[in-house]
Design a protein around this ligand. Structure first.
Ligand code: ASP
Length: 325
């Protein structure tokens, strides 16, 4: 069995010496825990260094394409070592690029919250766990995964929720989809339905956060002459009344206006949204909704087709598991 590790920098590679900070390569990080995956051949490629907050969407696409190439070469699984700040976004870009296909080899992102030179680093355990997940057939045919602190998350749900704790990621309001304990991998959710990949991303999609008292003119300016835009609004996609006008005008001018919310809401379509001239992001965070909108616009020529692509990549969950109160 061969697992390919793609190293992209981040805290997991940061090491403080007497001479200052250095960045360790992927092979050094993998070899330290090699005794935990005896019998598995692990290849390593370094494709980036430094903090993940510096990555552009093009950088994220380059990582995703590297993963796609490794899968095409026939590896049994891929582990991406990545900074935690934007890990959920590169994982989601990779999910968009790969889609979900029955039997597709596992792709697992991991990183660390503590630097390598910390007295109790979390990186080695996370690497060993990620290799265990990537080499487990139960992880095949699933979405791109994110694995830290023994929790396995799906790329569409996971978010960094704590900038300092080692337990920094959540799938809230859902539980993680699985766990790994001492190399034993368990999934608590079924595999999702297959979902086709997207090939092209359109670059020009702004993301606006709506705030109390936001001026309509600011929204009108941001949406003018755009093919698409994402607005982070309130609750179950509630938009302040003064902003209805510029949103309606932008939609009528051909803009794909996508609404996302900070709290989870899976709303994607609705009479109110139709009247306003917008679609919901279907449970994606605003950051991920922007990436999905870029993918939707890049791979289609009509707005209706773009909406269909966007909603194909909405958050996957079993609505029967969610009771309304
Ligand atoms: N600043 C770091 C990064 O995202 C944080 C981390 O890796 O944990 O690259």
């Amino acid at each position: 069995m061969t697992i390919a590790v793609v190293a992209t920098g981040g805290t997991i590679s940061s090491h403080l010496t007497d001479a200052g900070w250095t960045s360790l390569d992927g092979r050094t990080l993998v070899d330290e825990v090699a005794d935990r995956f005896a019998g598995i051949e692990v290849t390593v490629t370094d494709v980036a260094t430094g903090p993940s907050s510096n990555l552009t969407v093009d950088d994220m696409l380059a990582i995703a394409h590297r993963v796609r190439d490794l899968l095409a070469e026939g590896v049994d699984g891929v582990v991406v070592l990545h900074g935690t700040d934007t890990m959920e976004l590169t994982a989601f870009v990779t999910q968009l690029v790969l889609g979900t296909e029955a039997g597709r080899a596992p792709v697992v992102f991991t990183g660390s919250m503590r630097v390598h030179s910390h007295p109790r680093p979390d990186g080695p355990r996370n690497i060993a766990d990620a290799v265990a997940v990537a080499s487990n057939r139960a992880a095949a045919g699933r979405q791109v995964l994110v694995c830290l602190e023994g929790a396995i998350h799906a790329a569409d749900r996971v978010q960094k929720c704590d900038a300092t704790s080692v337990d920094a990621f959540t799938s809230s309001p859902f539980a993680p989809i699985g766990s790994v304990v001492d190399g034993i991998v368990t999934f608590t959710e079924e595999r999702p339905s297959p979902c086709a990949p997207v090939l092209m991303f359109a670059p020009d999609v702004p993301l606006l956060t709506c705030y109390p008292g936001m001026a309509p003119a600011d929204v009108a300016t941001a949406l003018a002459d755009r093919r698409g835009a994402v607005l982070e609004v309130f609750g179950d996609l509630n938009v302040p009344v003064p902003l209805w006008g510029p949103i309606h005008e932008a939609w009528n001018a051909g803009c794909l206006v996508v609404l996302a919310s900070r709290p989870f809401t899976h709303t994607a379509r609705g009479e109110g949204l139709d009247l306003l001239g917008a679609v919901g992001a279907g449970g994606l965070t605003a950051q991920k909704a922007r990436l999905a909108t870029m993918a939707a616009l890049g791979s289609t020529t009509s707005r209706d087709d773009a909406v269909a692509v966007l909603h194909r990549h909405r958050q996957v969950f079993d609505s029967h598991d969610r009771s309304s109160t």
